[in-house]
Design a protein around this ligand. Structure first.
Ligand code: PMP
Length: 351
């Protein structure tokens, strides 16, 4: 006798993460900075209480965030990372025959989460300029579409949509379809024309169909603690909270997030450094004759096509781990200045 598994799981790929043994880790879009001293101190103190359960929702962070972000009370949900929250968002809307539209290539977890939620993935190819093809995404909407995910800036290409194009798109999406604006990298944006999803959620005042999905994993440097949040229409946020597993956000993650929100200036300075390094690495790649896509995230995309795997292997042979997408390109995270120098050294010797 074998257990009866969901038949659709057979076709489900495992989310792949390369083993992290490299001298220089530039494959996961993490921050290279150590935890803020105040966060580290609070976590040490918090260890004394881990025999107790964390509070169930509404999380202190969600309540605090609604005030901090100036959105109506009840418009924010917190989860164990934004990937977990994205699954909760899907679970809140997927029922009966359902499909979810997203751009491709984009965050690799999307097709997996869509299938786990029991929906049909509807990937829509990026344009030749590697940006979301919003017209084609609209054309992919059918009566079964429950959600559209827009990754802005897009992982792994670093490209970002502009405010006007996104507003026009949003106005054309049927009102019952949730639009998730995945803004995991928003804090690294420098282009003033890129929309701020939280501003749009603020304007909607607790209604509408737009959700801004954010994370403490990137700019806030808490990837290992697993905490993210989303802001959107109150009825949807309530449903997202309902489908969440009780106690899945740990006390330590909540503590670190609350202190981080109170350390805005220090974190903004770190983001400025990442953006400066992004410009420096871009200029150096250009000087070396390497093509790359100008990025609004904490990473750069090198469209190496069928030399992507070769580049990653060359880089790894010198202990620098980047993320290859076979046949397409390589994504390299902007790390510390020393990490970036190590990456530029391997780029220099790749001929
Ligand atoms: N969205 C995007 C676009 C990402 O690139 C990532 C992580 N790589 C996530 C969401 C998930 O982040 P987390 O679950 O750590 O918040």
């Amino acid at each position: 006798m074998t257990v009866l598994l969901r038949p659709d799981l057979g076709a489900l790929p495992l989310y792949q993460q390369l083993p992290s043994t490299a001298r220089v880790q530039l494959s996961n879009n993490e921050t290279a900075f150590p935890p803020l001293p105040r966060v580290a101190a609070a976590l040490t103190e918090g260890l004394a209480h881990i025999n107790r359960y964390p509070p169930v929702s509404p999380h202190a962070v969600a309540t605090h965030l609604a005030g901090h972000l100036r959105v109506p009370a009840g418009s924010v949900a917190v989860g164990a990372g934004s990937a977990t929250l994205l699954l909760q968002l899907m679970q809140a809307v997927v029922h009966g025959p359902s499909s979810i539209v997203y751009a491709w290539r984009s965050f690799e977890a999307y097709p997996i989460l869509v299938r786990v939620a029991g929906a049909e993935p509807r990937p829509v190819p990026l344009t030749g300029d590697l940006v979301h093809d919003l017209d084609a995404m609209l054309a992919a909407v059918t009566p079964t579409t429950r959600m559209i995910i827009v990754c802005n800036p897009n992982n792994p290409t670093g490209t970002a949509l502009h405010r006007d194009a996104f507003a026009k798109f949003l106005a054309a999406v049927p009102e019952h379809v949730v639009v998730v604006l995945d803004e995991a990298y928003h804090e690294f944006v420098t282009d003033p024309d890129v929309p701020d999803g939280l501003e749009l959620v603020r304007e909607a005042a607790g209604r509408g169909n737009l959700v801004s999905l954010r994370t403490f994993s990137k700019a806030y440097g808490l990837a290992g603690l697993r905490i993210g949040y989303c802001a959107g229409p109150i009825d949807l946020i309530q449903a997202v909270t309902k489908v969440g597993v009780p106690f899945s956000v740990s006390t330590l993650a909540e503590t670190a997030a609350l202190i981080s929100l109170d350390s805005a200036e220090e974190l903004a300075e770190r983001c400025r450094l990442v953006r400066t390094e992004r410009d420096r690495v871009g200029a150096a790649l250009h000087a070396l004759g390497h093509a790359f896509v100008p990025s609004q995230g904490n990473f750069l995309w090198l469209p190496l096509a069928d030399r992507a795997a070769e580049f990653a292997a060359h880089s790894m042979s010198d202990g620098v781990m980047v993320r290859p997408f076979a046949g397409e390109g390589v994504r390299v995270t902007i790390g510390s200045p020393a990490d970036n120098d190590a990456f530029l050294a391997v780029a220099r010797t790749f001929v």
